[in-house]
Design a protein. Sequence first.
Length: 369
Amino acid sequence: MPFKITTLPGDGIGPEVTAEAVRVLQTIAGIHGYRFEFEEHAIGGVAIQNHGSPLPRTTLDACLASDAVLLGAVGAPEYDRLPPNKRPEAGLLLIRNALGGYANLRPAISYSSIAACSPLRTEIACGADILIVRELLGGLYFGEPRGISGSNGMTVARNTMRYSVAEIERVARVAFEAARKRRGKVTSVDKANVLETSQLWRQTVIRVSQNYPDVTLDHLYVDACAMHLIANPRRFDVLLTENLFGDILSDEAAVITGSLGMLASATIGGEVGLYEPVHGSAPDIAGQGIANPCGAIASAAMMLRHSFKLEQEASDIELAIEHVLEAGYRTPDIAAGTGGYVVKTDVMGEMICEAVTEIADMRHAYHAV
């Protein structure tokens, strides 16, 4: 049976990095004899331009009919004048909601070969390996009522933060299950000293933790967590938090890796998994061939792991990224202070494909002996 993958290259550098992620997946397919069927559709600004909607019905139908979705990026400054529900970013929120993925996994890893790229001192960042588990379908981004009303100097804007026990329980279980496969620690992030939603969050997470006696649980307020994430990132294993806090903290975690271009993500829990780099559309560098494809390629690895249950192949891609970095290959965003060879997006993708092939060949040779 083939694996059906819908690709949504999107805006800005999205098409450039998505192409390299697809190339790596094709390499994996060639090595192991898998069939990946790719079908490309529009989302975001390019969809507004060509179809009049940030998420055309044809795109949504294709995503719902696929086994997994690989997204590049959405957003373009020329659409900022549109109402919020018509902008490219609205397409992203809509697709997340439609696919039903409630847990967003965002790894933040400091590789020793590019630790010098981080604004943090090397001895602080190097060795950090954090998995941020962000609740994705609740909180301020989806709560009702919301909107802007009033006039004549009396305009009021309103957003609603809302969480149910069931929403908290299901994402908490994802975090605890992940911690069992890692270093056995969950740090739950909230603002329970101020917010009732956070009080419910903390109470529920504590209750869920009782089913995981082998996992250590601690709690941090979000402001304290933001400080510790910079001051001592190696103290964290799995970070569990709600939608808004997770959005902010995961972007902050980019300083640990040295670049937003290194950050991957997986949205799981729904019928179809959604995989995308964290970096955004970066229109200022689009079309120059200098975007970092590592985040998109690592997102493809997460697709193999979570949607297709191909753990070895996912690990091969992640190891290939590490090997290429250790060999000194860099896109411009991770070149400062690390030496090595500055290469373009497609060359970085090619090097990772070659490394994937070499890793697979070495394994086959080992097993043959």
